[in-house]
Design a binder for this molecule. Sequence first.
Ligand SMILES: Cc1ncc(COP(=O)(O)O)c(C=O)c1O
Length: 356
Amino acid sequence: MSLIDLRSDTVTRPTPGMRQAMSQAEVGDDVYGEDPSVRALEEDVAARLGKAAALFVPSGTMGNQLALMSQTRRGDEVVVGRQAHLAWYESGAGAALSGVQFVVAGDRGWFDAGELTQAIKPVAYHLPRTSLVALENTHNASGGRVFPRAAVEAVAETARKHGLALHLDGARLWHAAAATGLSPSALCEPFDTVSVCFSKGLGAPVGSALVGPTDLIVACRRLRKMLGGGMRQAGILAVAASYALRHHLERLAEDHERARSLAEVLASAPGVRLDPSCVETNIVVFELAHEGAASERDGTASERAARFVRLARERGVLVSQLSATQLRVVTHLDVSAEQVTRAGQILSDALREVAT
Ligand SMILES: Cc1ncc(COP(=O)(O)O)c(C=O)c1O
């Protein structure tokens, strides 16, 4: 039985066209700065995102952590939204590598200027120095939500007023652009640094980039080497990313439509907490609810969630469990419209079964 893998958009495999392009990549030693395909990708990405320079890195995690390492000092505090990837899901790297701590603004993943102001510490020697604000657009854990444009602008203005640097985790910036109609460079304009991924919705096997001012990117090239992220004939990977930018951007809207229609099917199953109108891109996060006393409710809902994941797998659909009761499905390049429809049927049947 072939599985329909909806756990993440990172599970895609390179297409035949991408593999063909990779097989013909011009390469050199990128640690010597001699890989023409990496250089071409970095120039293209810097231009697309409206920044002076770009650095090709192995992962989104490394892009984010280089942004922290280069723009903070040990003991600083970094403001993030709830469940920000760079604070929650990067193995404590911010503390381990940069020596920073995090403060959370707001409670929905995105935050407004008032919530940022509350999170910024007053200047006093016994308090941590707030030095950086990091936004995530789209925001993964809240279900691929787009950080509202007016909030981005107001947050950036407040951050500037306080002299703070601004980083954007744009792992799925491409999805935010497809959902809003804004260009990637317009979405990046308020930020000093932006990390973007090629290995998620765009379907490349490996690779991300960090963009920003030239001097900062030069410093990050050194830090990348320090972390073991200097790659030699990386052109084979850079060509896959360039191919993805040429061929896979346009189709992201399809993934968004499929996610929305899947959400509508799931929301109509009993015991599911999900508002399909909140599904703006390719990620659907939903919760299994249960009426009753709080302790019994949580226990029962988490048992149902685990049973649901098991049933779905047995019937050929893989979903992610984010927490005891929170589940996630993601549409991407490797699932067709027909597979998404079939998965919707399998998942809603399984939801009905675990509800009883
Ligand atoms: C929002 C966000 N940022 C960063 C990352 C990290 O990317 P990587 O897995 O390439 O390290 C992810 C990965 O899923 C993500 O969702």
